[in-house]
Design a protein around this ligand. Structure first.
Ligand SMILES: NC(=O)c1ccc[n+]([C@@H]2O[C@H](COP(=O)([O-])OP(=O)(O)OC[C@H]3O[C@@H](n4cnc5c(N)ncnc54)[C@H](O)[C@@H]3O)[C@@H](O)[C@H]2O)c1
Ligand SMILES: [Zn+2]
Ligand SMILES: [Zn+2]
Length: 366
């Protein structure tokens, strides 16, 4: 069957020589229809996210249930599903508290359900959406309203939930609070639209590409800062929201969402926080990247903090259908995220267009 396989040394191959095994009793086979290309896929290719090879790529997809294991009751053949990357156990303390992103078995659970050229091949993020078919745990198949087009639905599975969930689930931004979003990509745009839904008073988008300003404003940004044109984006943010005089850099925003994965951006973003503010680290840098800040003046006396956020602190079976409903009600923009749909054979073109900053999201068709 068709698929895109990471073979190491920065290389992905588009192939017809990928096969996937039959489902176990608790698993399903999904016939993939569309899949979005997330920056994390680029990070696998460039080594920022280290991953063994060969590996069937992709983790943001939607499709149709084609086969169900003997114990599966949650979906039936023909259901339209968005794939969740969380193969959480459903039984541990984190799962019981409704925080499946903290389920120990939802992280690092690599397996090799594929073969590539006849040899065992890893899945990626327990999902592998860049293939004609994939096999996943039934808990990862989230049924959504079949009237949502697959080209838009697929994005819910990573970019949308990661950005929206960081604001709604992790930060729980309150009406009237202020925020800055660093990185106006597939993730950042969804942080911006969730801030709009939250009633944030000021939503400042920051990117190094001038072309991102109109997109950011379409999704709800009130201001745009071109980080390539200023010495310090955080100083530019404090100029927009001055906090009076005093020690410890007063002024700035209540929240920053770091959605680039560039370590120095998180470092700078913390300086854009008003006293009491929190930086949410969403972007994924290399595992060796460090953050070094003066503890006393950056955090202690001014109640500032930094928190991480995995996968929008998602509860997929609650959040995905809710986002689909909001889309159908016209409250959330999904179609506008789809800059272009490419046949899967044009994967290299998506990568080039992403690199050139042409895309909110590029979507592959299988
Ligand atoms: N925490 C999670 O669970 C999770 C999930 C998905 C993606 N991610 C990560 O989120 C990050 C964003 O992903 P994406 O798919 O939106 O990426 P993207 O490539 O679509 O967008 C990134 C944006 O950041 C901008 N940018 C780059 N350098 C910048 C700088 N120095 N200052 C300001 N803007 C800059 C780019 O121009 C681009 O618009 C990646 O690191 C990705 O791996 C994290
Ligand atoms: Zn669990
Ligand atoms: Zn992703």
């Amino acid at each position: 069957m068709r698929g895109i396989v990471f073979v190491g040394d920065g290389k992905a191959v588009v192939t017809d020589d990928l096969e996937v095994r039959a489902p176990k009793p608790h698993e399903v086979v999904v016939r993939m229809v569309n899949a979005g290309v997330c920056h994390s896929d680029l990070s696998v290719l460039d080594g920022t996210i280290a991953f063994p090879t060969p590996c069937a790529m992709g983790h943001e997809g939607a499709g149709v249930i084609e086969e169900v294991g003997s114990a599966v009751k949650s979906v039936v053949i023909g259901d339209h599903v968005v794939i969740s990357t969380l193969a959480n156990c459903g039984r541990c303390s984190a799962c019981a508290r409704g925080i499946p992103t903290r389920c120990r078995s939802s992280i690092g659970n690599m397996s090799r359900p594929f073969t590539y050229l006849g040899d065992p091949c890893f899945n990626f993020a327990a999902s592998s959406c860049f293939s004609e078919r994939t096999v996943i745990d039934a808990i990862q198949a989230v049924k959504i309203d079949s009237s949502v087009p697959f080209t838009s639905a697929c994005l819910i599975g990573c970019g949308v939930i990661t950005g929206m969930g960081a604001v709604l689930n992790r930060a729980k931004v309150a009406p009237g609070e202020t925020a800055a979003v660093f990185g106006v990509g597939g993730v950042g745009l969804n942080a911006i639209q969730a801030l709009r839904l939250s009633g944030a008073a000021r939503i400042i988008a920051v990117d190094t590409l001038a072309s991102k300003e109109s997109l950011a404003k379409q999704f709800g940004a009130t201001d745009f800062i071109n980080a390539a044109e200023v010495d310090s984006a955080s100083a530019a943010i404090r100029d927009l929201l001055p906090g009076g005089s005093g020690m410890y850099n007063p002024g700035g925003v209540d929240w920053v969402f770091e959605c680039t994965g560039v370590p120095k951006v998180l470092h700078d973003a913390i300086d854009a926080l008003e006293w009491g503010g929190t930086a949410v680290a969403v972007g994924v840098p290399a595992a060796t990247a460090m953050l070094e800040k003066p503890i006393f003046t950056s955090f202690v006396y001014i109640d500032k903090g930094v928190i991480g956020c995995r996968y929008g602190t998602a509860r997929p079976h609650h959040d995905f259908p809710k986002i689909a409903d909001w889309y159908l009600q016209g409250k959330v923009m999904l179609d506008e995220l789809v800059s272009a749909v490419y046949p899967h054979s044009e994967f290299d073109t998506v990568l080039a267009d992403m690199h050139d900053g042409k895309l909110a999201r590029g979507v592959l068709a299988f």
